[in-house]
Design a binder for this molecule. Structure first.
Ligand SMILES: Cc1cc2nc3c(=O)[nH]c(=O)nc-3n(C[C@H](O)[C@H](O)[C@H](O)COP(=O)(O)OP(=O)(O)OC[C@H]3O[C@@H](n4cnc5c(N)ncnc54)[C@H](O)[C@@H]3O)c2cc1C
Length: 385
């Protein structure tokens, strides 16, 4: 059942209150020391908001995509960043949609309480980035086990997760008639993989807990398979719209943060005897990015509402991600410009958010591929791949 506008505002207020406990200095120090924001994630887990999308019958809050979007937008609108824990919110969607009842009963209630962390989502490989159907990590069935060998890259929060959703090849590519088949999804309990799984942290442009994963004869029980063998690519695609909407929401939150900071600073900083914000060269880029952030939010709202009504929302979810990531980046640049040299000083937090928000144009999917989806699948133009 859809919530009223007042109920949604109450969620927004409540998330704001939690975020207010974690001010600029907390996130700056987490960034400086490349730490994981455990205290923040614990507070959010305790609030139940990370279980927003888990139905009540499995112990979650049973909220919709619209509410999940509000939660992540507010986190990024604060000094914080939802990337640290957003996957706990939506990675379980594949299990929810395609898992057996026994799997759902076994895992979802514990994911809802945070007792089990499902934050790792392993798709990308060194030789298969955007071209997911080319991935090579093999899962070979041997009796009641699967044996996994291969390599994954950019797998975020693998060290802050108990479970990992893994996409692996169960049929060799050359043996397939339909190249989108032959991949399968597994829910891997990383606490039980023994020494065959090596997790190697990868240093990134900002504080993001990303890793290279090496699988060497990692044995997992056959019951880890989600849904049917060979249908994994389809299952993963089913989760993409939710991910696009939520990532768009984080970018919108960042965009609002940049606009707020920039407009406040531009109103206060006096140069040549007047506030710099009185100059159109400073004021207009901020105003323009504000308009673009608001427009992106409307597209995101449309996508989330369609998602919640069970309607097709691929075009809207992709457009929301495209527009939001571009608007956030525009606002980031307007803010950095307004701050002048201070924008580069760590103590103002602009440079940190600037580094963080650049990601949304590149991952989880590059904006080029979003444009290709719109051009090819929505507008029917010729395909590049
Ligand atoms: C911080 C971070 C966290 C991540 N976390 C995860 C994670 O948890 N799990 C996971 O599985 N992956 C994760 N990723 C990986 C991310 O999803 C990939 O980077 C992304 O899918 C693109 O793959 P790639 O980097 O190999 O780029 P490539 O596929 O090598 O593409 C490189 C460039 O070429 C462009 N390009 C390729 N083909 C076309 C075409 N036909 N038309 C136009 N342009 C094209 C792309 O758009 C891109 O700009 C993460 C990445 C980052 C940076």
């Amino acid at each position: 059942m859809a919530l009223s506008a007042e109920e949604r505002e109450a969620i927004r207020d409540s998330v704001r209150k939690i975020c207010a406990e974690f001010p600029d200095g907390y996130w700056r120090e987490i960034d400086r020391t490349s730490a994981y924001p455990q205290a923040f994630v614990d507070a959010l887990t305790k609030s139940g908001y990370l279980a927003a999308l888990i139905p009540e019958e499995y112990g979650g809050a049973g909220l919709g995509m619209t509410e999940a979007a509000i939660i992540l937008e507010e986190i990024n609108r604060s000094p914080g960043n939802g990337l640290a824990c957003h996957a706990q919110m939506y990675t379980m969607g594949t299990l929810l949609r395609h898992g057996s009842e026994a799997q759902k009963r076994r895992y979802l209630p514990k994911i809802a309480t945070g007792e089990l962390r499902l934050q790792a989502f392993a798709v990308t490989e060194p030789d298969a980035g955007s071209e997911t159907t080319r991935l090579k990590t093999r899962a070979v069935r041997r009796g009641d086990r699967y044996v996994i060998n291969g390599q994954k890259i950019f797998i975020s929060r693998a060290k802050q997760s108990d479970l990992m959703l893994l996409l692996a090849r169960t049929t060799p590519y050359d043996e397939l008639k339909n190249k989108t088949e032959g991949l399968s999804v597994f829910l891997v309990d990383m606490r039980e993989t023994g020494g065959g799984l090596e997790i190697k942290p990868l240093e990134m442009m900002f504080n993001h807990h990303t890793n290279i994963l090496f699988f060497e004869d990692v044995e997992i029980p056959a019951e880890c398979l989600i849904g049917e063998e060979g249908k994994g690519f389809r299952y993963i695609i089913d989760g993409w719209n939710a991910e696009r909407i939520l990532v768009a929401s984080e970018a919108i939150g960042d965009g609002r943060w940049f606009v707020d900071r920039a407009s406040n600073y531009a109103g206060e900083r006096v140069v040549f005897g007047k506030p710099i914000g009185a100059n159109q060269g400073v004021q207009f880029p901020i105003a323009r990015s504000y308009a673009h952030v608001r427009a992106a939010a409307l597209m995101r709202d449309d996508a989330a509402a369609k998602f919640d009504r069970g309607e097709k929302c691929g075009a809207e979810a992709n457009m929301a991600k495209l527009l939001a990531s571009e608007a956030a980046w525009e606002a980031a640049n307007a803010c950095l410009d307004a701050y002048g040299g201070y924008g580069f000083a760590r103590e103002y937090d602009v440079e940190r958010k600037f580094r963080e928000t650049r990601l949304y144009s590149t991952a989880p999917i590059n904006n080029n591929l979003v444009l290709a989806f719109l051009g090819q699948n929505v507008l029917g133009m010729p395909k590049s791949y």
